[in-house]
Design a protein around this ligand. Structure first.
Ligand code: NAI
Length: 464
């Protein structure tokens, strides 16, 4: 094992920030520098007001408070970070390509490549380079090519260490992970690198949960895990459509099948569709990889997971329209929630964006309340789709900072995110403010339908 005194993480995002904060917390003898080219983000990470951290995660601010300035540092000086480090984590974004070959499917690796080139040109000694970002299988080969051709003559050992945390529970997931996966070469130096990284995690993770594999298995495991998780959601959502036709109840079905130990109870919650920055991107990436190896049947199989998810979002919007006497033109629809799930301010690929976009096609007015998402974020999400002009979006969509301000004269309320607070609202008061018939579309099946029915609401659920 090598002794690690200094770690640099490139990318201060949803993964880099929390992951490194926990590594720093549990390894007080290691100095951890998180670097990012986004100045605003670094400034926010360094804000003395912990409410201003760029990422909201339960428990995160406490960990940052404890470690920041002690052995955790945030900076825009990428070069210095690389120079000082014994081990470098690459945790930059890997979005779906929006141009050229593989557009709409392949992962865009330009940020990763930039990092590799920068490391190659700056390093002044041997380094262990860790892929933390989710990457297509065999990316380590490209990294290795770039680094070994750097003329520096230094040895760069490349490891794959995909992150399995879920947003909203990132800190808990990091503190007690189901497993930590470390892939690397089976050479002697590869083994030393794997053991070195393992020992950092073993500061708090039980040894038997730190798994070592070859580098390709590790890279592909992350895509596989996300594909399986997304597939479970699409599978239960497919059944939800059938339930709505047959008077079966999707939550009852989930409970019944979840008690089968071969199936298990988790990830069987039917909803308006999955969102988040990862599932869609990673499944599409898997589809692209399979296709590029000529495995069309494999590609098609996984592509259905995405198609079903698109169908689910569309179905939800269509139902709102249908139950509004087939038109939402000029009607106010109140959205509860915009984040892709509860307990995060992340909105990437949130189902709410697509539902809103579809309603905007039908000329609806949308008033949104989300406890953690900012107005500018919502507008940016809708504008990014490039479907409607910025002027049109800003004339039709309003963001309010209080749920009661969203519902006045609303023709319908749509629940898009499962924030706990929605369950505890004074729904009687809300009833008095909305137009009648009072329709609620519960895209997360979290509200008490019976109680709401008693108050006079019509409640439309997913899969019931
Ligand atoms: P993010 O977009 O929140 O953060 C990435 C950061 O990298 C940004 O702040 C960006 O400015 C920075 N960056 C990009 N290029 C850079 C460069 N050349 N030098 C310095 N900084 C640079 O992305 P997020 O969500 O943290 O994801 C990162 C990776 O982790 C992705 O590959 C993602 O698939 C993976 N992942 C994400 C999970 C999640 O829940 N968000 C969970 C597990 C994996």
């Amino acid at each position: 094992k090598k002794e690690i005194k200094n770690i640099c993480c490139i990318g201060a995002g949803y993964v880099g920030g929390p992951t490194m904060a926990v590594i720093a917390l549990k390894n007080p003898h290691i100095k951890v520098n998180i670097v990012d080219i986004n100045e605003q983000r670094i400034q926010d990470w360094n804000d003395t007001d912990l409410d201003k951290l760029p990422i909201y995660e339960p428990g995160l601010s406490e960990v940052v408070e404890h470690t920041r300035g002690r052995n955790l540092f945030f900076s825009t000086d990428v070069e210095q970070g690389i120079r000082d480090a014994d081990m470098i984590f690459i945790s930059v974004n890997t979005p779906t390509k929006t141009y050229g070959k593989g557009k709409g499917q392949a992962a865009d690796l330009k940020y990763i490549e930039l990092c590799a080139r920068q490391i190659a040109s700056i390093a002044q000694r041997d380094k262990i380079v860790v892929e933390k970002s989710t990457l297509p299988v065999r990316t380590a080969e490209a990294l290795s090519d770039i680094l070994s051709n750097s003329e520096s003559g230094f040895n760069f050992e490349i490891l794959s260490n995909p992150e399995f945390l879920a947003e909203g529970t990132a800190i808990d997931d990091l503190l007690s992970p189901d497993r930590v996966l470390i892939g690397g070469d089976n050479t002697e130096s590869g083994q030393i690198a794997k053991d070195t990284l393992s020992s950092i995690y073993e500061a708090w993770v039980p040894k038997e949960r730190v798994l070592q594999t070859n580098v390709w298995s590790s890279e592909l495991s992350k895509l596989t895990a996300n594909a399986f998780l997304a597939q479970r959601i699409s599978s239960i959502n497919a059944m939800s459509a059938l339930c709505e036709k047959t008077e079966a109840d999707v939550d009852e079905i989930a409970r019944a099948i979840g008690m089968d130990s071969r199936i298990g109870p988790k990830f069987l919650k039917s909803s308006v569709g999955f969102g988040g920055s990862c599932f869609q991107k990673d499944v599409l990436n898997l589809v692209y990889i399979a296709k590029s190896y000529g495995l069309d049947e494999v590609a098609e199989y996984w592509d259905q997971v995405i198609k079903l998810n698109d169908y689910q979002k569309r179905r939800f919007a269509d139902r709102i329209i249908k139950e509004s006497y087939n038109t939402v033109s000029g009607k106010k629809i109140a959205f509860f929630g915009w984040a892709f799930k509860k307990d995060t301010n992340d909105t990437r690929e949130s189902a709410a964006i697509y539902v809103a976009d579809h309603l905007l096609d039908e000329d609806a007015e949308i008033v949104i309340y989300d406890p953690k998402v900012t107005e500018e974020r919502v507008y940016a999400d809708l504008e990014y789709l490039n479907n409607h002009s910025s002027e049109y979006i800003r004339s039709r969509v309003k963001i309010v900072n209080n749920p009661f301000n969203a519902v006045g004269d609303a023709h319908a309320i749509a629940v898009l995110t499962e924030w706990d607070e929605f369950k505890d609202y004074n729904w009687e008061k809300i009833y008095s403010k909305v137009l009648k018939p009072a329709n609620i579309f519960d895209g997360r099946n979290i509200l008490d339908k019976q109680e709401l029915n008693t108050l006079g609401f019509n409640v439309y659920n997913i899969g019931k």
